[in-house]
Design a protein around this ligand. Structure first.
Ligand code: IPE
Ligand code: IPE
Ligand code: MG
Length: 256
């Protein structure tokens, strides 16, 4: 299959035709050895984006789809290996039934609409989250995207849908203990049982400075970067600035 032109997914985007971006230099400020291996993204601010425009919250979610595609492309260009994106938390069921219903249908549509594009970029899609309560049609779509891309060797894209960090720790602990009992519990065995490797850069948009139960085990030593922009306004340059900030940090892991 010929590479899908990024032009088809949004005006001003060039991925697939030209690795340079028309509005900014290609990533390169950060030397390859300093690029974070795993970036976790809390895609926040959709509701506020819509409110600022007098639109229903759901329009903010809709507008966020383009930002997701941008950030995936930017991560590939920067040489990131793992990108985990927080799409729906185990706490988001507390939202109004109509917003929850929208988010379920919307996840399904985005998955179906974008999986071929991601596949053509050699992206491997993975789902992290709880099956409990999640719409079976959404699970089906997630499984299909996983199966379609299972042999891809490029960016590992973890879609965190009905994901909660505490729930993930409990599941991991249960699976380790089922195999080896309490004696088998260790930091190494639990890390092994998590859905992702350790997070290097934890990035949240919209100015909120909290973890909101995202990858709390994996992000124990992550560098935190917070960006004021609301998610639908985000472009790949914003990811690259977060990566630039990451590049200036000194990671000590407790050493003097
Ligand atoms: C993030 O945007 C998307 C989801 C949680 C699904 P929000 O919907 O949280 O937007 P704000 O925080 O209300 O602006
Ligand atoms: C976290 O954002 C969840 C997602 C981005 C999917 P929230 O907007 O739900 O988190 P809180 O409520 O501000 O902590
Ligand atoms: Mg929010």
């Amino acid at each position: 299959m010929p590479p899908v032109s990024f032009r088809q997914v949004g005006a001003g985007s060039w991925y697939g035709q030209n690795m340079d971006h028309p509005q900014a230099p290609a990533p390169g400020a950060v030397p390859p050895g300093v690029v974070p291996r795993h970036v976790a993204v809390v895609m926040d601010g959709n509701g506020r984006w819509a409110k600022e425009r007098g639109l229903p919250r759901t329009e903010g979610h809709r507008a966020g789809e383009e930002a997701l595609v941008e950030v995936v492309a930017g991560a590939i260009e920067a040489g990131v290996e793992w990108l985990s994106v927080y799409a729906f938390s185990t706490e988001n069921w507390r939202r109004s039934p109509s917003e929850v219903r929208f988010l379920m249908g919307y996840s399904r549509r985005v998955l179906r609409a974008r999986r071929d594009l991601f596949h053509s970029w050699n992206v491997r899609v993975r789902w992290a989250g709880q099956a409990e309560r999640l719409w079976p049609s959404v699970i089906r779509e997630l499984r299909e995207a996983e199966q379609l891309t299972v042999n891809n060797t490029g960016l590992q894209l973890v879609l965190c849908v009905n994901y909660g960090g505490r729930a993930e720790i409990i599941s991991a602990a249960k699976s380790v203990m089922e195999q080896g009992g309490a004696a088998a519990l260790s930091e190494a065995s639990l890390s092994q049982a998590m859905s992702t490797p350790d997070v290097d850069l934890f990035w949240r948009t919209s100015g909120e400075a909290r973890l909101s139960n995202f990858l709390i085990w994996e992000a124990a030593y992550a560098e935190l970067v917070f960006t004021d922009k609301l998610w639908p306004d985000v472009t790949r340059q914003d990811l690259w600035s977060a990566i630039d900030q990451y590049g200036t940090r000194e990671r000590r892991y407790g050493r003097a």
